[in-house]
Write a protein that binds this ligand. Structure first.
Ligand code: NDP
Length: 442
């Protein structure tokens, strides 16, 4: 059987683009289909625009600290300018991705791909055949099925609001909810952060999550825990969220209640590809579905919904397929950052996870005010925490909530992955004056 392509990728996000580009570099005939711009969630409606908004919003705090360093800054924020510049930057990145693909010899097929049979994909009525097909369609936001859900925006729309609301209600207590709560709060929007449970940031170290929540409250966010929104209504003044804690009124309602695999319109059942009840494609260690030449990478199939994980899965997959590679992604000690304000950097086990897995655990913590805020009206503090197995001296987890936490945690992630011990940590000389030096003196 002769196919049109050696590899056909469905979805030009981080994982798909990497896989396509590397496979083409190995001399394979590769096509990628995409109905939107190239770059996927991360570049178009996720990490990149979100981080630009985080930077934009942080100027508020910088201007407050500037005074104490002798700068008299008159500042005024313009949302339209930010939106325009953000869109220009995304267009620039889209252009770079397009060039990367065409330079590598990857054919871009514009349109939505769906399976016709196990070697054929339909894009806009045209049929394309391939020896291997990679599903890299990522995820989409989910909104619970409550009355008034049509009034609710998600992170997709929050990145393109025509104007900044005066008040916003954000439902959820995970990555996206707290990141956007920080952005809007720092841009001067009155934020209600509504969470159904006792403590936001479930799954993070409890002490870090509690510290983060207290910091958000201190920064001015109205955090409402144990609160479930049951319906959303619209009236002349805006929106009303009905909840077990009464009505919550605001100019916009944003749900960050999780994401699901983007598999709904791929026609997977047509070819018998197995999926989990939550819609995720089931893959083995080698990223193969139950049909071994149909593969999947990234949010559509994995449990670590992070861009670098999708990229690694796509890259190693095509190495194995076309270049005799035998490497598989390793999922232990993946460092991650929540770009909240203050931000949270974390790698390895939480205290609770460590206690569940090991007998003798000791935690070392430090709380302080970062030097850059020491002279200013900014009261934000930093919490640093390490979790150690005292039987082996191995550092099992490193966590930080505070300024520059994300930048700190990447390097420590390298050390943790190599089996860092507390003794090794303490034998390292700190860099003074930094916040990160606290980690080597704990
Ligand atoms: P998360 O899974 O992180 O958080 C979802 C939140 O919504 C949780 O607090 C959850 O509560 C709550 N929730 C779920 N269902 C309901 C419901 N029916 N009613 C009320 N609340 C509900 O999802 P996100 O959408 O924030 O992010 C998705 C993933 O994307 C993240 O897990 C992460 O992997 C990735 N991401 C990474 C980023 C980064 O690296 N900086 C940034 C953004 C996203 P509960 O805890 O009770 O389940």
């Amino acid at each position: 059987m002769v196919y049109d392509y050696d590899l056909l990728v469905i979805g030009a996000g981080s994982g798909g683009v990497r896989a396509a580009r590397i496979a083409a570099g190995y001399g394979k005939k590769v096509a990628i289909c995409e109905s939107d711009k190239v770059g996927g969630t991360c570049v178009i409606r996720g990490c990149v625009p979100k981080k630009l908004f985080v930077y934009a919003s942080q100027y508020n705090k910088l201007f407050k600290t500037a005074k104490t360093f002798g700068w008299d800054v008159q500042s005024q924020f313009n949302w339209t300018t930010l939106l325009q510049n953000k869109n220009d930057e995304i267009d620039r990145l889209n252009g770079i991705y397009l060039k990367l693909l065409s330079n590598a010899g990857v054919e871009l097929i514009k349109g939505h791909g769906s399976f016709v049979n196990e070697h054929t994909v339909d894009v806009g009525g045209e049929h394309y055949t391939a020896e291997n097909i990679l599903i890299a369609t990522g995820g989409v936001p989910t909104i619970p099925n409550i009355p008034g859900r049509q009034y609710v925006i998600t992170s997709n729309e929050a990145l393109d609001l025509p104007e900044l609301p005066e008040t916003i209600t954000i439902n959820g207590g995970g990555y996206i909810a707290v990141e956007f709560a920080g952005i809007f709060n720092s841009l001067g929007v009155k934020v209600n952060l509504v969470y159904r449970g006792q403590q936001i940031l479930r799954g993070f170290d409890d002490q870090v999550a509690q510290f983060a929540q207290e910091s958000f409250v201190e920064a001015g966010i109205n955090v409402m825990t144990n609160t479930e929104i049951t319906a959303v209504e619209k009236d002349v003044d805006g929106y009303v969220c009905q909840s077990n804690n009464g009505d919550i009124r605001s100019d916009a309602v944003f749900f960050a209640t999780g994401r699901k695999a983007n598999t709904a319109s791929l026609n997977l059942e047509q070819v018998g590809i197995k999926i989990k009840p939550n819609g995720q494609v089931i893959v083995n260690k080698g990223q193969q579905t139950n049909l071994p030449h149909i593969l999947a990478v990234g949010d559509v199939c994995n449990s670590d919904n992070l861009t670098p994980v999708a990229i690694r899965e796509g890259h190693y997959l095509v190495n194995r397929l076309f270049n005799k590679g035998n490497q598989y992604p390793e999922y232990d000690f993946i460092p991650t950052t929540v770009f909240s304000q203050p931000e949270i950097g974390t790698c390895g086990l939480t205290e609770a996870e460590a206690k569940a897995q090991y007998t003798n655990i000791e935690c070392f913590t430090s709380t302080f005010r970062a030097m850059k805020y020491a002279m200013s009206e900014v009261t934000e503090k930093t919490l640093m925490k390490i979790v150690v197995n005292t039987d082996t001296d191995q550092v099992l987890g490193i966590h930080v909530c505070g300024a520059d936490g994300g930048e700190m945690i990447q390097g420590f992630g390298v050390a943790l992955k190599q089996g860092l011990t507390k003794t090794q940590l303490n034998s390292t000389i700190g860099i003074h004056p930094t916040s990160a030096e606290e980690f080597v003196t704990l």
